[in-house]
Design a protein around this ligand. Structure first.
Ligand SMILES: Nc1ncnc2c1ncn2[C@@H]1O[C@H](COP(=O)(O)OP(=O)(O)OP(=O)(O)O)[C@@H](O)[C@H]1O
Ligand SMILES: [Mg+2]
Length: 259
């Protein structure tokens, strides 16, 4: 029996729906009530969803824009709290790897690595010992000494993946960043992810690349209409998602070497 390291049990997540202000006079003269009523309107991103992810699994999450994929990762990372239900995570989770997340635009790449390390509770000595390895993996060259705000999306993804990959995560959460790296870096990330897999790291990958889901993941989950539509074999889940989206795809022709 495999051990579940992540579990969602009847989890719902809603966000305040900041609509337009009805009547500026009301808003000004009854400010507290206006704010309260604005906050009371909420938008359900996920409704009552349940699933488990097992130790050492590569688990892919797919679905349309706005389906709730990043929300799901945010709940696993603990940066979001569910409105109801229970989220169980019983391994050390890496910081959520999303484009630019956790980076300060005015600091250089190197300073951002230090900042991330400190925030994650590493000592300066530990950070220094990993610094060169992180910078080398990122292949950013002189750019590590420039502020992150001048980075291209791919450079940001390189730095993000390099930092997260060197923190010895037990659970790695990746939100749609690998696609912006060039093919050589994607291959490098893929190789690294495979070594993680061999050492038992659990990975949750959110991506719009159905080829990656089929080639990397052991299982996939499709989210739509605030619900889990399907969980299971990546190829079958991708096929169901594509069919629903009216996109014809020959999944058996998706070449593993094409990654
Ligand atoms: N901070 C927020 N405040 C209000 N609504 C939000 C917030 N974050 C997300 N939402 C809403 O929740 C829903 C789910 O968003 P989420 O970012 O999880 O989607 P996603 O599946 O990651 O989409 P994408 O593929 O575009 O990244 C969307 O309708 C979005 O508008
Ligand atoms: Mg998203």
């Amino acid at each position: 029996m495999r051990e579940a390291v992540i579990g969602f049990y009847n989890v719902s997540k809603s966000y305040p729906l900041y609509g337009h202000i009805r009547g500026i006079k009301n808003f000004l003269f009854d400010f507290p009530r206006s704010i309260t009523s604005m906050k009371q309107e909420r938008f359900d991103a996920l409704r009552n969803i349940s699933f488990e992810i097992y130790e050492g699994e590569n688990f892919g999450i797919i679905g349309n824009n706005g389906a709730g994929k990043s929300t799901t990762l945010g709940l696993i990372a603990g940066v979001l709290k569910p409105n109801s239900g229970r989220v169980m995570v019983n391994r050390r989770v890496s910081p959520l790897l999303a484009l630019g997340a956790g980076f300060h635009p005015e600091l250089t790449g190197r300073e951002n690595v230090e900042l991330n390390g400190v925030l994650l509770g590493l000592t300066r000595k530990e950070i220094r010992s990993k610094m060169e390895e992180i910078i080398e993996f990122s292949e950013l060259g002189d750019f590590v000494n420039r502020p992150v705000r001048v980075y291209s999306s791919g450079m940001m993804a390189r730095l993000g993946f390099s930092v997260v990959a060197h923190l010895d995560p037990e659970i790695l959460l990746i939100d749609e960043v690998l696609g912006v790296g060039d093919i050589r870096f994607q291959k490098k990330c893929l190789d690294k992810m495979m070594t993680f897999k061999d050492s038992g790291v659990t990975m949750v990958l959110v991506t719009h690349s159905v080829a990656s889901v089929m080639n990397i993941c052991d299982r996939a989950m499709w989210i739509a209409d605030r619900q889990v539509q399907m969980i299971g074999d990546p190829q079958q889940v991708v096929e169901a998602y594509c069919e629903k989206s009216n996109v014809a795809i020959n999944t058996s022709a998706v070449n593993k070497a094409a990654l």
